[in-house]
Design a protein around this ligand. Structure first.
Ligand SMILES: [Zn+2]
Length: 174
């Protein structure tokens, strides 16, 4: 769990969490720590194997940094992520590039970043909703609504980017 929450810094002290004011530093400024760029590499894996083996899962090591193409990556511990069907977080391996400092996280194919449900579950739910006007049974409507809103946001951003790009190329006149 992140120790940073909203405008406050939660600092562990004597076994309890104390709330303090966040220091006046701008992320990425000269005065503050710069958050490293994070990348995700999707790879074929079974969640069940990751669950059973935990930190001992034989994670593949990328042969180069996907950002700067440097050949040596360092292990950078694990992050935890929740997935549907598992009542505890699963450990996902991270690497760090010593050259460009980016952090690379491995994630199983078939799961969008920041989503616990599989891509297939999300696709099936949205498809059902768009065809029938109803959510399929079995999952909370609020959760499925969140998927549809996320899709709309992504689609709007994608289309906006496409129009902007076409404008820059002079293919569209307003
Ligand atoms: Zn790099």
């Amino acid at each position: 769990m992140s120790l940073f929450s909203g405008a406050f810094l939660l600092r562990k002290k004597g076994g309890e969490f104390h709330q303090t004011y966040r220091p006046f530093t701008k992320r990425g400024s000269r005065n503050g720590p710069q958050k490293p760029i994070q990348l995700i590499i999707f790879f074929a894996a079974k969640l069940k194997d990751i669950f059973i083996k935990g930190r001992d899962y034989p994670w593949p090591r990328p042969d180069r940094c996907p950002r700067c193409k440097a050949h040596k990556l360092w292990g950078h511990g694990f992050v935890t992520a929740l997935f549907d069907g598992y009542n505890q977080p699963l450990f996902l391996k991270r690497y760090r590039c010593p050259v460009c400092k980016c952090v690379i996280r491995l994630r199983p194919h078939g799961y969008f970043k920041r989503f616990q449900a599989s891509v297939e579950t999300i696709r099936s739910s949205i498809s059902h909703r768009l065809k029938t006007g109803r959510w399929p049974p079995g999952l909370p409507h609020t959760r499925q609504g969140h998927w549809l809103r996320a899709l709309r946001r992504k689609a709007a951003a994608f289309l906006k980017k496409g129009v902007k790009s076409a404008l820059e190329r002079g293919q569209v006149c307003l």
